[in-house]
Ligand binder design. Structure first.
Ligand code: PMP
Length: 316
């Protein structure tokens, strides 16, 4: 859609929103090799801040390494470019940084291997959702509670094809179809299993459960994207005196849990009220979930001195 005021950073210069395009035959569009990362921007009393900017950029660098995309920029240069893009786009709530190969490919390989980097800073509702769809659209970051369907048609969190630690476009193709199917059945999202039929993650979120002893569990790091929010919540849980471990989670563990929640950049902590036929906390957010959600929110607003170092202040 045309957006007259938004500017997108492309390889060192700002271009208009509608100029940020690639050819239909580009290597990244045809073969899915596009690494990206997504960060949140917060208004605080000390000005605008990006949550854990350095960690997000580090994850992009890792995604590119895993995928074989050679970035022509250092992490510090990318951090500066993200800050410049936020300042160039007032009112932006999220930043998306993409690394892609714009060259038209021939027999799987690009003719020109140059990797292009684009950074967009925007507000999903105002800038992306089409005006005629806005009335019926609930932005993810305002969705209070979530229901999940366990996806059993496929398990694609496999290290031998694209490791789950790489945030790469092609990793989202089959989860997107699964999510569409689940939406048609009245669920909000899906929960993906790994090849051993153990719980992995949702298509764009990590999962935590609370067991009967009040301990938090989340699947081990080898079969999931290393979510920045996941990492933050593990550290916060420990700061709150809660036990939190990475361990295999079976479907039986899900159904025996007292609480469950998802974590991601868009929402923070997202209380799960239902997984398949199992309902949690009488359809409300559970107590442990609320405690962590509220503390994470306070940090993002700049109201928690202990974790203020997670905010990367970028100016007004
Ligand atoms: N898993 C996947 C596959 C994702 O795409 C995301 C969203 N980036 C997450 C988990 C959550 O990661 P984060 O907390 O860094 O947003």
């Amino acid at each position: 859609m045309t957006h007259p005021s938004r500017k997108i950073w492309r390889d060192g210069e700002f271009i208009q929103w509608e100029q940020a395009t690639v050819h239909v035959l580009s290597q990244s569009l045809q073969r899915g090799t596009l690494a990206f990362d997504y960060m949140s921007v917060h208004q605080t009393s000390r000005g605008l801040a990006v949550f854990r900017l350095r960690d997000h950029v580090a994850r992009l660098v890792t995604s590119c390494k895993i995928t074989g995309l050679e970035l022509g920029y250092s992490a510090d240069e990318l951090i500066d470019a993200c800050i410049a893009t936020v300042l160039e786009n007032p009112g932006a709530r999220f930043v998306k940084i993409s690394a892609l190969v714009p060259s038209v490919e021939v027999e799987l390989v690009p003719q020109d291997p140059r990797v292009s980097v684009l950074i967009a800073a925007y507000d999903v509702m105002a800038d992306v959702v089409e005006p005629h769809l806005r009335a019926g659209h609930r932005p993810l970051h305002e969705a209070p509670l979530v229901s999940l369907k366990v996806e059993r048609h496929f398990s694609n969190r496999r290290e031998d094809i694209i490791p789950p630690q790489a945030k790469v476009a092609a990793n989202y193709t089959s989860p997107m179809m699964a999510k569409l199917r689940a939406r048609a059945e009245g669920y909000d999202d899906v929960l993906l299993l790994n090849e051993q039929h153990l719980v992995a993650e949702a298509p764009t979120s990590n999962i935590f459960i609370v067991n009967a002893s009040g301990a938090l569990l989340t699947p081990p790091s080898d079969k999931v994207l290393l979510g920045i929010t996941r990492d933050s919540i593990m550290e916060l849980a420990r700061a709150e005196g809660l036990e939190c471990t990475e361990q295999n989670i079976t479907e039986a563990d899900l159904h025996a849990a007292t609480e469950a929640f998802l974590t991601n950049t868009s929402v923070g902590v997202w209380p799960v009220i239902r997984i398949d036929e199992t309902r949690y906390s009488d359809g409300q957010a559970g107590l442990v979930t609320v405690r962590l959600r509220d503390r994470h929110r306070a940090i993002c607003r700049g109201n928690d001195a202990e974790f203020d170092h997670w905010l990367h202040y970028v100016g007004e």
